[in-house]
Design a protein around this ligand. Structure first.
Ligand SMILES: [Zn+2]
Length: 322
């Protein structure tokens, strides 16, 4: 499951035209569109949209992994884990940010970061990578989750991550939010995803992996095309790695979508031959436009069409439960 946070068609198109008119999404077999609204708002946030896709229920904005009445929901990662799958999460935000949190946490507010990291500590996810070390070892309750999580190896570099033979590894890539791609964020998302897929393969079980390109959203909130395009191109390079795996494996599904569009971006000019685009934004926030769903691999045809974001969960559930 790959989520480009805030990744609407203009973000994808801007990345594509800035990359010699090519996107790895051209390798997708099927395309669909999803409606993104939350249960109480036309314009969703990442918590409600993430919950809809991870757990199949529309909820209120800011709610993570619970329905409107705060009843906890079982998400697709947990369902896969119970079925014997290995699991992983790799993101370019903090690991406790709303989108990844909807795959392991249940809290009333996405901003309960210390509660979310405590729940991650109990989640049994095999491999997780993202920023936000402060929510583990610099907490208001003085707990240190890094020492409490005794069965985990904590990597401090991509080399130690790759070299560890542990089947449970956390890699917290920054103290707080990871920096912007065009300002030099390393290790790259494609390299982290490639290493994680290899680890999941080595465990020799079916696996569920969530990958999020989080800062496409942040850049679009800031109406910052330079940042936005750098994040889109990195996400696209990650999609390339995933397609390389999917096409070789033949028995794995990839679904690539967004939780919502951000910024109401348009492409109002540019130069095709120079791979340059000019963007205009109509908002500093999210918009309610439908977002695309790309799919390839096992049963990928199930994801074509126009439907609600909750169907992403239902369709995945149907596939893993057969
Ligand atoms: Zn946002």
């Amino acid at each position: 499951m790959m989520i480009g946070d805030g990744m609407g068609l203009s973000q994808i198109s801007s990345g594509m035209y800035s990359n010699n008119n090519y996107t790895s999404l051209e390798r997708s077999k099927y395309v669909g569109l999803i409606k993104t609204h939350s249960s109480n708002r036309l314009i969703t946030d990442s918590a409600a949209a993430g919950t809809a896709m991870s757990s199949g229920v529309k909820t209120k904005n800011t709610v993570v992994g619970m329905d409107e009445n705060y009843k906890p929901l079982k998400n697709i990662l947990e369902i896969c884990k119970d079925l014997g799958y290995s699991t992983g999460i790799v993101v370019t935000s903090t690991i406790v940010h709303a989108t990844p949190a909807t795959y392991y946490s249940k809290v009333k507010s996405r901003y309960q970061y210390e509660d979310i990291s405590s729940q991650l500590a109990q989640s049994d996810i095999n491999f997780f990578i993202g920023g936000g070390e402060r929510y583990f070892n610099d907490r208001s309750d003085n707990r240190n989750l890094l020492t409490e999580m005794e069965d985990y190896f904590f990597a401090t570099s991509i080399e130690t991550y790759k070299n560890s033979k542990s089947d449970k590894i956390g890699y917290l890539t920054s103290y707080d939010d990871p920096i912007e791609k065009h300002k030099g964020r390393e290790p790259s998302l494609p390299s982290l995803v490639e290493a994680t897929i290899k680890k999941l393969e080595d465990l020799d079980k079916p696996f569920f992996l969530l990958i999020e390109g989080a800062q496409i959203d942040w850049a679009s909130h800031d109406n910052d095309p330079k940042h936005m395009i750098s994040e889109m191109i990195e996400f696209d390079n990650t999609i390339k790695k995933v397609f390389d795996f999917i096409e070789n494996d033949g028995n794995t599904l990839v679904v690539i979508t967004a939780d919502h569009e951000t910024g109401g971006v348009a492409i109002t000019g540019g130069d095709l031959l120079k791979s340059k685009v000019k963007n205009k934004y109509v908002s500093g926030s999210h918009t309610a436009t439908m977002v695309p769903v790309f799919s390839s691999g096992y049963k990928a045809h199930n994801f074509k069409g126009v439907y609600d974001n909750t169907e992403i969960f239902n369709k995945l559930f149907e596939i893993v439960n057969q």
